[in-house]
Design a binder for this molecule. Structure first.
Ligand SMILES: [Zn+2]
Length: 88
């Protein structure tokens, strides 16, 4: 269950609480929270709507949100740095 920023309102959303996997991965649409998705149109209420910055999240190179000291995020950033080094 990954977190992302809604492409319309910018709030934090959980992939498990909206149509993320189908609409983004299958249909190539931009990620929307449950409230901005016209197919749902309601905030799920599982947690309060908030902007990533207010929660202390940063966006990783994969587009998902992480806390800055997340181990997986650090691995992703290491991989990106190695890729950039190879290109240079
Ligand atoms: Zn939204």
């Amino acid at each position: 269950m990954s977190l992302f920023a809604c492409s319309k309102c910018g709030c934090v959303e959980n992939t498990a609480l909206c149509h993320y996997w189908w609409e983004v991965c299958q249909e190539g649409k931009k990620p929307l929270c449950s409230e901005c998705d016209p197919g749902i149109g309601l905030w799920h209420g599982a947690f309060e709507k908030a902007k990533p910055e207010a929660c202390g999240y940063v966006q990783g190179p994969d587009g998902f949100l992480y806390v800055p000291d997340d181990k997986y995020l650090k691995r992703l950033l290491d991989i990106e740095a190695k890729k950039a080094k190879r290109k240079a």
